[in-house]
Ligand binder design. Structure first.
Ligand code: FMN
Length: 245
């Protein structure tokens, strides 16, 4: 019998459009996948250029009512279809770029207390951040917070401190070799995964799920037409079905 070969899909969300250090690091990480994966990249703010206006239509009614739905739904489809998600960002004042934060805000409705996508449970993600001296870890946390509240357990963070030059062409070759070694090692680890099987859903994500399930059950008793409750109920999560396998 012929074995069905499916191409691995990777979706990359770049927190900056600049072809600087973040870009070079992401390119090194992707080198290992270039020949075998179908890679889709988004650059921010170009591919998600507007801020969330706080209208709350996505939370209360339907995400397609968002004024930015054309951008958000395109990115969401790509995130849901991917086997591996890659997020990149330099540190800007100890945090992720405003462009990345603006995009993540638009996905507030996918946080677990609202309407998480079942495809996210069991997905794998890598976050690559770097900074001059400090703030790389808190930058990664800004992104990780969203990913884990979307339901993802397997999130690998790779963070670098440049400590001297911030221009890639001026960075010492020894230092570049060390960056390359670490990025390639993480890429190898992610390549070794069998993507035909979903990743493990860990205790922290499960605990969040059960607390919110209790909350949604209560909200549903007050108002069975409440958007988030209806979504949880239709997915069978108020009953015995779970989003993880
Ligand atoms: C607005 C802004 C804020 C920054 N804030 C920090 C910071 O908090 N900590 C830090 O170590 N570097 C900070 N930097 C430096 C960048 O993180 C660093 O230069 C990084 O290598 C830039 O990546 P890029 O070449 O991909 O743009 C900041 C740079 C900018 C433009």
């Amino acid at each position: 019998m012929m074995r069905k070969v499916t191409t691995m899909k990777i979706t990359v969300i770049n927190g900056t459009e600049k072809h600087g250090v973040t870009y070079r690091m992401k390119e090194i990480f992707l080198e290992r996948f270039r020949d075998e994966a179908d890679i889709t990249e988004y650059y921010l703010p170009k591919d998600c250029p507007n801020f969330c206006a706080g209208c709350t239509a996505c939370f209360l009614k339907d995400q397609h009512l968002c004024k930015d739905a054309e951008y958000i739904q395109k990115i969401e489809k790509s995130l849901l279809e991917a086997d591996l998600l890659v997020f990149t960002s330099p540190a800007y004042v100890f945090h992720t770029t405003g462009a990345m934060k603006a995009m993540l805000d638009h996905f507030g409705y996918r946080w677990m207390p609202h309407r998480p996508a079942k495809e996210m449970f069991g997905k794998r993600a890598v976050i690559i951040t770097q900074c001059l001296g400090a703030g790389g870890k808190s930058t990664a946390k800004d992104i990780k917070d969203s990913l884990s509240w979307w339901g993802i357990t397997t999130i690998k963070v790779v963070s670098f401190k440049l400590m001297a030059d911030i221009d890639w062409n001026k960075i010492d070759e020894k230092k570049k070799a060390a960056f390359r070694k670490k990025l390639s090692a993480v890429a190898e680890k992610m390549r070794a995964i069998d993507y035909s099987k979903p990743g493990r859903t860990g205790l922290a994500v499960k605990a969040k799920f059960y607390i919110i399930r209790m909350m949604q059950t209560g909200l549903g008793k007050q108002d069975p037409e409440y958007t988030d409750f209806k979504y949880w109920n239709e997915n069978g999560w108020i009953g015995k079905t779970r989003p993880w396998k």
